[in-house]
Design a protein around this ligand. Structure first.
Ligand code: MN
Length: 307
């Protein structure tokens, strides 16, 4: 997935407010696909290491728009692909070709550099494309891809969860993590439940199909309910239809990141180096991708003068 170009999205500062905050998502397009961008959002760039959350909308059954994202590069982040409907083929410069279906996790960690492409197999897809910023300790390291077809399930009084990545209440996902975090899909039945929180984590709750009540606030599908670090639990209430939601959290990153296009770095120079390497077909950094789709050129960064 291609990320934010807008420079408003390029730096972040935590505002340090307490309690639950609610932010609306905004609709944008990635290729021919409409998405709801949940993160980054106004005044908020990261939740733990999570730095990018796009929701791919449910396909229009009469006119499904395929997910067709040609070869493009990433640095300094892990991409988390999670589908609710449909299936997609991932190909990357490590030579991976992997079909992903609902309930399975594709986790691609870029480190110093990777390139990949994504193509929905038939019809459209409904799901989430998320990024996790890598910490200083691993962001210059080698790229890696993993597919997790079998993930831990957790039962709550009021629903169940699939643990995509990280840890929750003593259960660990088999997926790689570079920083302390959690990513879960929660499927709630009507009614309220209390979720245990790690007091050192900040969290984002993203309803997918139904509005939910987070503590005292209503959070609509495609919106973000933010919970700052501190509380040991939070009350989530689903309405008559229950609700599916993403529950993301982590230890605050504690590093100022620079985010531009498909790159997460720490400076404009690093972003420029990665952009040049992609534009110049530097195959040592971004190798060839097994994909029939056209390669996506990077836009010239606004801070790089036009020759
Ligand atoms: Mn991508």
């Amino acid at each position: 997935m291609s990320g934010p170009i807008d420079e408003r999205d390029s730096t972040w500062i935590n505002d340090g407010q307490m309690g639950v905050q609610v932010r609306q998502g905004r609709t944008t397009t990635v290729g021919s696909m409409e998405v709801v961008r949940v993160l980054p959002t106004k005044g908020r760039r990261t939740i733990g290491g999570w730095c990018f959350v796009d929701l791919m909308l449910p396909p229009d059954v009469d006119n499904p728009k395929p997910m067709e994202v040609g070869p493009h590069p990433h640095i300094g982040l892990s991409t988390v692909t999670w589908l609710f409907e449909g299936e997609a083929l991932h190909g990357d410069s490590l030579g991976t070709e992997q079909v992903i279906r609902p309930g399975q996790l594709n986790l691609m960690t870029a480190g110093h550099g990777i390139a990949h492409a994504e193509l929905s197999s038939r019809g459209g897809v409904h799901g989430a494309q998320m990024w996790i910023a890598q910490p200083e300790t691993t962001r210059h390291g080698p790229a890696q891809f993993e597919h997790q077809a079998s993930l831990p399930h957790l039962d709550f009084a009021n629903g169940e969860a699939t643990l995509l990545i990280g840890s929750y209440d003593g259960t660990d996902s088999p997926a790689r993590t570079d920083s302390p975090l959690v990513g879960m899909e929660l499927d709630l039945r009507p009614g309220a439940c209390e979720l245990i929180l790690h007091p050192h984590f900040e969290y984002g709750v993203v309803p997918i199909d139904q509005a939910i009540k987070l503590d005292e606030d209503i959070v609509e599908p495609g919106w973000l309910g933010l919970i700052e670090a501190g509380p040991e639990s939070i009350r989530i209430e689903a309405g008559h239809g229950g609700g599916r939601l993403l529950f993301l959290g982590g230890e605050p990153l504690g590093e100022k990141i620079e985010m531009w296009w498909n790159f997460v770095a720490r400076s404009k120079e690093e972003l420029t180096d990665a952009w040049r390497a992609w534009q110049m077909h530097d195959i040592d950094r971004f190798g060839p991708v097994p994909s029939k789709l056209a390669r996506i050129d990077g836009p010239r960064p606004s801070w790089v003068p036009d020759k």
